[in-house]
Design a protein around this ligand. Structure first.
Ligand SMILES: Cc1ncc(C[n+]2csc(CCOP(=O)(O)OP(=O)(O)O)c2C)c(N)n1
Ligand SMILES: [Mg+2]
Length: 803
């Protein structure tokens, strides 16, 4: 007899049923892995990475996993997903084939390789489902340990919901913070810095996180002796173990083939995390890989005979089977019968998945072949050539969309009969317009709350208001208004809490809103962002602060791999409207003056990138973003916190529209386009140029992504016929992107009378001090002279050479 939490007593029959049900899931999952590998080796699927050898611990984890909980794991977890009812064998195979329909592959509609799991947090219109009523998994990514940073935030959200009062949106996300965030990782991936950074942070924060390490002694071919000190992750993490005097972790080690021990360990772990908000580490060792790492290779190449024999003996399903027989849950014959039935079921599911995937494409192939036949018939000079393509295409049994398009597009080039040409070109464009979105949609939110929904609200000022506030006071008073207006908003970062950020834009906020909402955190940029992603996935509105733009590099990987791809890889089924606040551009020295905007905008498509010129514009962006459901990076000007600005009256309300440029000075001779700190120098140069009779139009981009959605820059160039882009990134950095947008997307080249130019910083990092800045970044003189030289070219007698 075993006793459940709610004190209802289970009979042996109930227990038996439950165990047999688990066994069924394990066998089904294994069968999927075995058949899955065959599908790849026979060419029906492209790549396979499966959960064989890790089935039994995942059954145990699924038992302890409750509604409202979140998983953040990796590609081995198919059994867990099946056990929580979020993955069927048919869906498993649809994912393997790359079925581009969410109804068939709910994990990513074929965008991710199999083994990358997710549950749907959003309704069709992008609004939140009630996450407390379902079992949740954040969307997997492939970079090893990339699941760790967000795990921290998923766990931290429970802490916030339990301890912060007045969060009105709470009901859909939490029941008193009782939700546990469950992480999984492979033993070798614990070598990554992100693993240790997250483990430490979760210990500091004391969040309800249960971290499982699936230890099969290998990371592809590399043995644990090359991965982990003492070849034992729980041994070396012992120092994290909590005791009477200090907070820390609860740490368990359990064998991955011992079903009974796993079930009780996971039950204890779940209870500790859920009730006490203590992080737990479960090191699950003695696991195996029956089919090796993935379909890319075979493990016989790097495992010796002894190891392979051990893996066969200690296969977790085999051990579970032996145990079931030993304690009379079932006879070997009964189990064989179950196994036989399940094999058939999985085979059937596989066939169904394949047919659903391939039949519509075969239908397209038939239609195209009929059309091509008609075109061949009508052709005067190319009948034979077209027929050759027709027989090529009709010989393909399992066609790809690509194969049809390649042939159709090749034929189009020599179709001479106008009617045929129209039919084929229509077929091609229709087919692409239907198919392309299946691979390219949902990079951003399509909901009513996306950034384009924001309406501009101007800051209001008292009559005769003068620039009397330091920029940082404007931010501070605006954050104050926002924290009051949105109880689900919180901010955290290095030096953010006690001193109110290094520039005092949050002065006094911690005192007013508490240590959980305005929080100091450790120096750990990647997990600061991850913390934000996880909390945003659970409905909160976090603002993650990275102290300086130069240190965003530590977080850029997780921004790029996780946050930026989230909407895309889930086909709009998850969102994390995280705001990342940082400060940058010119100040002093290599690591406090960076403006690597080209790198950033190219790495994080999927996240908006805003570069306000002053703190009023910045505050307007925060006000706007909190009305949207999209993630964004806001870069404040590091040298702008002490500059004076007028004090708005409507803090928390005025909004800077996103993707809209602002013309700061009208002019007729040349359009100067810039952003951020450099803009002040551009304005200064423009004033000086006016004295010489050169009238510049100055445009503030404000928002690099999205870029000038109203195409206002080309309107300016149509008037001035000249363009100079100025920024302080490296040459060919963000300025190249800006030029590409203006020339290609806005077709500005038709209006240009002079060569379009860029003026950027030097290729090296900015040197220290005022002179270092002057010789590294564009100065007002550089800007003046660049514009002057362009005007000299136009009118040498009016603007004679300066040098
Ligand atoms: C950052 C990164 N580096 C390398 C890889 C390639 N890779 C994929 S899985 C893997 C080994 C992971 O081993 P482990 O964490 O033990 O998990 P297991 O596959 O054994 O379950 C490697 C090196 C990757 N996906 N991401
Ligand atoms: Mg491993």
């Amino acid at each position: 007899m075993i006793t459940e939490k709610n004190n209802t007593t289970l009979t042996f029959e109930d227990f038996k049923t439950e165990v047999l049900n688990d066994y069924r899931i394990a066998v089904t999952s294994r069968e999927c892995s075995l058949l899955g590998r065959k599908e790849v080796l026979t060419g029906k699927a492209k790549f396979g990475i499966f959960g064989d050898g890790k089935e039994v611990p995942q059954l145990a984890m699924a038992k302890a996993f409750k509604n409202g909980d979140f998983r953040s794991g990796y590609y081995r977890d198919q059994t867990f997903m099946m056990a929580i009812g979020e993955l069927t064998p048919k869906q498993f195979f649809a994912g393997l084939y790359g079925h581009t329909d969410l109804d068939f592959d709910p994990m990513s509609a074929g965008r991710q390789m199999g083994g990358h799991f997710v549950t749907h947090s959003l309704n069709e219109d992008g609004s939140w489902k009630d996450l407390t009523k379902q079992k949740n998994s954040s969307a997997d990514i492939s970079p090893t340990a990339g699941q760790m940073p967000r795990l921290l935030g998923l766990a931290q959200a429970s802490k916030i919901y339990r301890n912060v009062d007045g969060i009105k949106i709470k009901d859909k996300f939490s029941v008193n913070g009782n939700e546990v965030a469950w992480g999984t990782i492979g033993n070798a991936s614990t070598s990554e810095g992100l693993f240790f950074e997250t483990i430490n942070a979760a210990g500091v924060l004391q969040v309800p996180m249960v971290m499982s390490v699936w230890d099969d002694e290998y990371g592809i071919s590399v043995h644990a002796k090359h991965q982990t000190t003492k070849e034992n992750i729980s041994e070396i993490l012992k120092g994290y173990q909590r005791d009477e005097d200090s907070k820390g972790y609860e740490i368990f080690r359990v064998k991955g083939w011992d079903y009974a021990e796993l079930v009780s360990t996971y039950e204890r772990a779940g209870a500790i995390a859920r009730e006490e908000h203590i992080p737990v580490l479960i090191h699950v060792n003695e696991l195996t890989q029956p089919q090796g790492h993935s379909t890319s290779g075979s493990h016989e190449r790097y495992k010796n005979g002894e190891r392979l024999a051990w893996e066969r003996d200690f296969d977790c399903i085999r051990q579970m089977r032996l145990w079931m027989i030993a304690i009379n849950i079932a006879s070997p014959e009964e189990l064989s019968e179950i196994e036989f039935e399940l094999k058939k079921e999985v085979l059937e599911a596989k066939k169904e998945a394949w047919n659903s995937f391939i039949n519509p494409i075969i239908e397209d192939q038939k239609n195209l072949l009929a059309l091509l036949e008609q075109i061949a018939e009508a052709s005067i000079n190319h009948k034979e050539r077209i027929r050759k393509y027709i027989s090529e295409l009709s010989a393909i049994k399992s066609p790809l969309k690509k194969e049809m398009l390649v042939i159709a597009r090749k034929i189009l080039r020599f179709v001479e009969v106008p009617n045929s040409k129209a039919l084929l070109s229509n077929w091609i464009t229709d087919y692409i317009s239907i198919t392309q979105p299946r691979f390219s949609s949902n990079l951003h939110s399509d909901s009513d709350l996306n950034v384009y929904s924001v309406k501009k609200v101007l800051p209001e000022y008292a009559e005769n208001a003068k620039p009397d506030s330091d920029g940082r006071m404007i931010l501070r008073d605006n954050f104050d208004a926002l924290f009051t207006k949105y109880p689900e908003t919180l901010i955290f970062g290095e030096d953010v809490g006690n001193i109110g950020d290094v520039n005092q834009g949050l002065e006094g906020m911690q005192e007013k809103y508490g240590e959980l909402r305005v929080a100091d955190v450790g120096i750990r940029e990647a997990t600061i962002v991850g913390q934000g992603i996880g909390m945003a996935l659970r409905g909160l509105r976090p603002i993650a602060e990275i102290q300086y733009l130069d240190y965003l590099l530590y977080a850029i990987q997780i921004m790029s791999d996780d946050l930026a791809t989230l909407q895309y890889r889930t086909v709009g089924k998850q969102k994390a409207p995280l705001i990342i606040r940082t400060r940058g551009h010119r100040l002093e020295g290599i690591w406090h003056s960076g403006s690597p905007m080209g790198m950033i905008i190219n790495a994080i498509r999927g996240i908006h990138v805003l570069v306000p010129r002053n703190m009023t514009q910045a505050a307007g962006f925060y006000n706007a973003l909190l009305e949207t459901d999209e993630p964004a990076l806001v870069i404040e000007c590091l040298n702008g916190y002490r500059l004076k600005e007028k004090t708005p009256l409507n803090f928390g309300e005025f909004k800077t529209p996103i993707g809209v440029v602002e013309t700061l000075k009208e002019g007729s001779d040349i359009t100067l386009v810039s952003y951020g700190s450099t803009l002040r120098l551009v304005e200064q140069a423009a004033t000086e140029l006016l004295d010489l009779g050169i009238d510049c139009e100055v445009i503030d981009i404000q928002s690099l992504l999205p870029f000038d959605i109203n195409k206002d820059i080309v309107k300016s160039i149509a008037k001035t016929n000249r363009l100079l882009v100025i920024d302080e990134d490296v040459p060919g950095g963000a300025s190249a992107f800006i030029l590409q947008q203006i020339l290609e997307e806005q077709d500005a080249y038709v209006h240009l009378d002079s060569k379009p130019q860029t003026l950027a910083a030097k290729a090296h990092r900015p040197a220290y001090g005022t002179d270092g800045d002057y010789f590294s970044k564009p100065s007002a003189e550089d800007i003046f002279e660049k514009v002057y030289s362009m005007m000299h070219e136009v009118n040498p007698s009016k603007f004679p050479n300066l040098y």
